[in-house]
Design a protein around this ligand. Structure first.
Ligand SMILES: Cc1ncc(COP(=O)(O)O)c(C=O)c1O
Length: 385
């Protein structure tokens, strides 16, 4: 019997490039992390940047079902999306708020801002008083990351000033680590500096409920940084947060990024492939074209470097990755046909391409690879592989 035509067998009209999110792997990762923290320490799921590209609502659903105490987002817009999806859980906006005009939305949607300056505290307090409401806030202390927050030396006075504002309730104090994945000394020095701020707040009679510092690496490496809440992101999504993490915790890979072969041909030796002719065939070569390019988030730096999985084997990328399509060498995969599923990131058979592997080739980190998967790539939820 003839194989089904790839032009009629399609079960959907979407572009043949998609991401599968394994909900059971996410759940398993949450539980694995949960086991690493004491029962009285709570977990905030960092779901910012559209759940690191996996999908805000998909990852939030699992975190909420698994008992997250709060969700951490990038922006007011992401907080509103969660509320509109029906989540009532505390939502902390991890970024510093700008412009100040968005402040009234915090009240409307009961979102918790990070307050990183006295100016922001004053503006929020004024709106709260006008509305005759009180807003929960988390104060950000910069213990050495250098992004947002009040310095350790100015923190005691800042905390005291905010505590006196009738419109604000200091529900949390937090800081963020610069290099908890690789630098123990610097991380613990940041933690000590932050805890000295917490101590001085306590001495002033200010006892915020949530004291939080630990991202995924610190959660796994430094229990003394757990405070009353931890803030894992990348480990929840199945990425080992530091070299060696796999020997401490079993994380399952959550995301598989797939495309399909949309064109196949054999080119003679000496033929060149793709823009700028950076690859030339040394032998007659069977070339498959995939429906994924840099507009989908496949880094152009993978040109002539990376590979994909087809039939459980590696097919090297030939020439430049283009905007919507990429060519791969399938000379040694003779069973390859138009319509075949290729894995760009994830496992197929016994082979796996990790986010870290792509990140290394693209001279970046795994976070950027996940976040960079294009908005036009549909995310499909699956339940186990
Ligand atoms: C303030 C804050 N907390 C926690 C996290 C989570 O970090 P990770 O994904 O390394 O666990 C992030 C992510 O960058 C962050 O910005």
């Amino acid at each position: 019997m003839a194989p089904p035509s790839p032009f009629t067998a399609s079960s959907s009209f979407q572009r043949p490039c998609w991401v599968e999110i394994d909900e059971s792997a996410l759940r398993s990762n949450w539980r694995a992390l949960r086991q690493k923290v004491a029962p009285d320490v709570q977990m905030l799921a960092v779901v910012k940047a559209d759940g690191y590209g996996l999908g805000l609502l998909a990852v939030s659903k699992v975190a909420v079902e698994e008992g997250a105490a709060a969700l951490g987002v990038s922006s007011v817009e992401e907080g509103i999306k969660l509320r509109e999806a029906g989540y009532h859980i505390p939502v902390l906006i991890l970024g510093s708020l700008f412009p100040f005009e968005s402040f009234s939305l915090l009240f409307q949607y009961r979102l918790t801002p990070t307050v990183a300056s006295l100016a922001a505290a004053e503006a929020l307090d004024q709106i709260a008083r006008e509305r005759q409401e009180r807003l929960n806030v988390h104060l950000k202390i910069d213990s050495g990351f250098g992004r947002i927050g009040v310095s350790v030396s100015n923190a005691p006075a800042f905390i005291q000033q905010v505590a006196q504002k009738p419109g604000l309730l200091i529900e949390g104090l937090y800081t963020h680590f610069a290099s908890s994945d690789v630098d123990e000394d610097y991380t613990l020095a940041q933690a000590d500096a932050f805890f000295s701020v917490v101590k001085s707040a306590h001495a002033q009679g200010i006892r915020p409920r949530w004291i939080h510092l630990a991202n995924s690496s610190a959660l796994l490496r430094f229990p003394r940084t757990h405070g009353t809440m931890v803030r894992p992101g990348v480990a929840f999504y199945g990425i080992p947060p530091y070299p060696g993490a796999s020997s401490v915790v079993h994380l399952k890979s959550v995301l598989t990024w797939k495309s399909r072969v949309i064109f196949l041909k054999t080119v003679p030796a000496e033929s060149s492939i793709s823009y700028a002719r950076t690859w030339t065939a040394k032998r007659p070569t069977r070339v498959a074209t995939l429906a994924a390019g840099y507009a989908d988030g496949l880094p152009r730096l993978l040109s002539n470097k990376g590979g994909v999985l087809l039939h459980g084997r590696r097919a090297p990328i030939l020439g430049r990755v283009t905007m919507d399509m990429t060519m791969v060498d399938v000379t040694d995969i003779p069973e390859c046909r138009v319509g075949d599923e290729a894995v760009l990131l994830g496992r197929q058979g016994n082979e796996e391409i990790t986010a870290q592997e792509i990140a290394d080739a693209a001279e970046t980190n795994a976070y950027e690879i996940l976040c960079g998967i294009g908005a036009r790539v549909p995310r499909r939820i699956i339940h186990g592989r």
